[in-house]
Every structure is written in structure tokens, then in C-alpha cells.
Ligand binder design. Sequence first.
Ligand SMILES: C[S@@+](CC[C@H](N)C(=O)[O-])C[C@H]1O[C@@H](n2cnc3c(N)ncnc32)[C@H](O)[C@@H]1O
Length: 411
Amino acid sequence: MPTEPLVRALARMRGHLLDPETLVRAVASGAQRGGRVPSVSGRPVRRVELRYVDLKAGRHLQLTSYDETQAHTTNVAAGEEAKVLVDDLLDQPFGSWHVETTTQTHQVRATKKLEAVTHTKDRAAPVEVERGHDKAKQRLLPEDDPVLRALGISDTHGRIKPTRQAKYRQVEEFLRLLDASIGDALAKGQLRTPTEDDPLRVVDLGCGNAYLTFAAHRYLGSVRGLPVRVTGVDVKQQSADHNAAVAAELGIDADFVVGTIGDAVLPEAPDVVLALHACDTATDDALARAISWGASLVLAAPCCHHDVAAQLRRAPTPAPYAMLTRHGILRERFADTLTDALRAAILRQQGYRVDVVEFVESEHTPRNTLLRAIRTGTPVSGGAVRREYDDLVATWGVRPHLAELLDPARG
Ligand SMILES: C[S@@+](CC[C@H](N)C(=O)[O-])C[C@H]1O[C@@H](n2cnc3c(N)ncnc32)[C@H](O)[C@@H]1O
């Protein structure tokens, strides 16, 4: 992979960051390997986003910085104040910069030796910049994006249909999570840098009508400028036919495979596995496949959890937990929590770092948990997680489907 001095690549990015006419958005994330953690105003941050906004007082550079738990936003006037802010940020040891202008996207990743691996892509057509400071308008896919029209989320005038607002919010939430996860994984070298010859391979297991598959392709490819190839898998032939027709309409080169998540044959192992609201134990099938492929990044939003709930109904409740399972609704919610906690523990034992985060706000759907797993290749050591896991399944008398898939003898 060709490299150049990091300072030179960042000096080029500085020019883009300080151009209020052409900067669409920039994101710096992760930390350089072996370096200190980047900080803003003395606070450690894992990611910052920059964009220009038009306020009553004129054009300002808006900085949103994210620490482990929350986001902080500040605005500084374009010009001298923005220069000071940008120079401070460029001095921070971020692992990667992603800079979007109206005509290009740039990706800069710092190597261990403080060289830069850079990737620049021209956009098919210049984009317009949204400069409203209303946070609700910071959309990752604009309302008139052709993908949203083709999926029937937007009307022919490029406005979100009133009945599809919830779907649009889901797409946006999902893209935000995908963007942050991919940015972090690229910055930490946990995801390979894709090239035109070897694009990022993303598979969506249980893709249904492929809203999120198409949105992921569009966002990663056209907005983030990453070479990407998507494959959707669903057991329904009708989904594959519908999705192939939408792909043809959009001119997207995507594959749709008819088959079960457990058995579908893919030409190559994917880098990123998505499984969004795949029913019941289909999420376990997806996690088992992701592990067997050694996928670098897995985003799984589980759906219903009937399997463990049924096992809890059959097994005697251990003392003193009867109150947790006496009432049907509490038993179901507890089964959801137990299932996902066990899935996360299994993934950790398989060499993944796992976060369990909120997917969409809970008023939109109760199925709003997302497991985000990044392959580190190093299973948690010391046996403590395995012992806790064994104790937990023995206490409740359950056998998680994922464990059975990975090790039928042990379950
Ligand atoms: C609730 S839909 C979710 C669709 C899409 N992922 C989304 O979030 O919009 C679940 C999809 O998973 C598919 N599915 C469920 N179990 C499956 C399995 N074992 N193999 C393949 N597809 C499966 C269903 O056919 C359905 O299209």
C-alpha cells in the first residue's frame, strides 16, 4: 500500500477543512496505534465531526466531539477562529481522517510509523452542502437520494413520505452506527483498507427488502467513498427478485442470494456482516457464520427471542429469581436480556470486542438493541468469562442456540 508522510497528507486535509464553500463534512476518529488518546479541551474523545453551519452571526465551523458517553457541540467563526480549531485537531493523534468535499472524498489513515495511507475518490457529481444548524437536518442520506426514492421511502419530489418517516429514521440511525463502527475499525487497523480491486465485502443476512443493504452500499460507496460490494441473503425468492430489480434500477452491482443464513454459499468470506432483525435464532445463525468467516465487523440487531424464553418457561426458576419470570412480559424481557448477554459473552470468547448499544430510539420499536462486535482475534483470557458464562447458563438451565452451533457437543 503506497504511503506518504502523515504531515503532508494532513496539510492537504487542512486546506479542505478550512474551505467553508466546499467542505461537506469531516470525521476524525480512533487513536494512532500505540499513541495517546486524542482530546478536545482536555477531554479524551473517540471521534469528532466538523461541518460549516450558517448561524445568524454568519458562517461558523461546527465541531461535535464524542467521548465514551456523550456528544458536545461548539461553533467557531469561519476564518481565524476556525484555523485555530482545525490546527488543534490536526495536532491530535487521531488514527484516521475522513473528509468529504462537494466533489471528492478523502480517507487518511495513520500507520504505526506515522506515515499516511490515503485514498481519494471523485464523486460522480458534485453534491450540495446542507448548512442548516438544526441538528435534525444533519442527514447522512439526503431525502432526495435516489436509493430512498427507489425504496419508496421518498416520493417522486424527493421528500420522505409521511408514512415512511420511521423507516427513514431507522436507516439514518443504522448508517450512523455503521459509519462510526467502520471509521473506528479502519482507524485501528481492525478492518482492512478496501481498494477498487478488492472492495469491502459486506453481507446482509436476512436482508428482507434490503432497505439497509442498499442504504449501506450508497452511504459507504458514494458518500464515504469506500470501494464496497454488498450481498444480501434471504430465504425468500420474492425478496431476491424485488432486490435485484431495485439494484438494476439504481445501477448498483449487488448480489442477492436465496438461501438460509446458516447455509447460503458466498463466493468469498465477507469483511462486514449485518443481521438486522433476523427472526429469533436466525440471529444466532448469523453470528455463527460471522465467526466462522472471521468477519472483522459484525452489526446484529436481534429480533424476537423465543428460544431462550421457551427454555425459561420449561426450566425451574432458580432461587431467588422467581420474581423475574413470574409475569409473562417480564419473563420475555428478561429472556431478551439473557440471550443477548450470552451472545456477547460467546463473541468475546471467540475473539471479538463487543458493545451492546441502542439501535433506534425505543419509542420506535422495542427491538432496539444492537450487538456491535469487532474482531480483535484475541479471545478474552484467564477463563473468567468462560466460568461466568458456564455459571450463568447452568443457573438458568438454558442452552443458547449460538453455543450449540459453535460447539454442538457442549451447547
Ligand atoms: C424482520 S425481516 C428484517 C429485514 C431486514 N433485515 C430489515 O431490517 O429491514 C427478517 C428477514 O429475515 C429473513 N429470515 C429469517 N430467518 C432466516 C433464515 N434462517 N435464513 C434466511 N433468511 C431468514 C426473513 O425472510 C425476513 O425477510
